[in-house]
Write a protein that binds this ligand. Structure first.
Ligand SMILES: *Cc1c(COP(=O)(O)O)cnc(C)c1O
Length: 233
């Protein structure tokens, strides 16, 4: 299967999941997680209809950006963001999915202010309480959002999560449900300067379940580009 076929299949499956959930497919963004795929492969996904790309590594993103990989598409940052790389991402990416501390939010806000823009960000939730993973605990989300809501260079626009890779499908669904509940709870509180628009969850192995649970951004790598060859880098 080539990338165009894969995109077609994934969009069809996502649309079916939306229909089963009684949701409007036009509200759901299928984002291609394009790490380790070069600019030519990104363009193949674009030509097949993908309009949102997510990258994990700033250096790789910069190289592909310079090659025009994302022309005409929205770029997202979905990886762990170091403070010294904030300048490369702020104002460049439509959405930063991985804010998990006040200090990172502050660094992004300052950078955005000096560029005269407002950067949309998501709060990353470590929904499975995994030690190795970034993100804050569900219980800490409210407090972090309250602390950073007043930063004038950012707008908190929703939540992102990656359930544990080891979780079975039932457990994963429970995590998705928990995330949706957290998302709605925070939305209902109507904090000033907080716009709970996006719930970013679901990847190759579970994106249909994520859509059923209320996700509106699914981040798909393998099912679009094929298995990543980590040995090559
Ligand atoms: C790589 C990646 C994905 C895509 O994972 P697949 O299982 O290949 O679909 C999604 N989200 C993030 C944050 C990623 O790093």
């Amino acid at each position: 299967m080539d990338i165009a076929d894969n995109v077609k299949e994934i969009l069809g499956r996502a649309e079916n999941a939306a229909r089963r959930a009684g949701r409007d497919f036009s509200e759901i963004t299928v984002l291609a997680a394009s790490k380790m795929n070069d600019a030519a492969r990104v363009r193949q996904a674009f030509d097949a209809g993908i309009r949102h790309f997510g990258e994990n590594r700033v250096q790789e993103m910069r190289e592909k950006l310079a090659q025009g990989a994302y022309d005409g598409a929205a770029l997202h940052f979905i990886g762990r963001l170091q403070k010294n790389k904030v300048k490369d991402v702020t104002g460049v990416c439509r959405l930063i999915h991985s804010v998990d501390s006040e200090s990172l939010a502050e660094a992004i806000s300052k950078r955005a202010e000096s560029a005269g823009i407002v950067q949309d960000v998501l709060i990353e939730i470590n929904v499975g309480a995994e030690e190795s993973k970034s993100g804050i605990s569900p219980a800490a989300a409210d407090e972090l959002i309250c602390r950073i809501a007043g930063f004038s260079g950012i707008r908190v626009s929703g939540l992102m999560a990656i359930p544990p890779a080891s979780a079975g499908i039932t457990e994963t669904r429970n995590y998705f449900d928990l995330m949706y509940k957290l998302f709605v709870d925070i939305k209902d509180k109507k904090y000033d300067n907080v716009n709970m628009s996006f719930l970013s969850m679901g990847m190759t192995r579970d994106f249909e379940d994520a859509i059923m649970a209320g996700s509106n951004i699914v981040r798909i790598g393998t099912a679009i580009f094929g298995a990543r060859n980590y040995a090559r880098t």
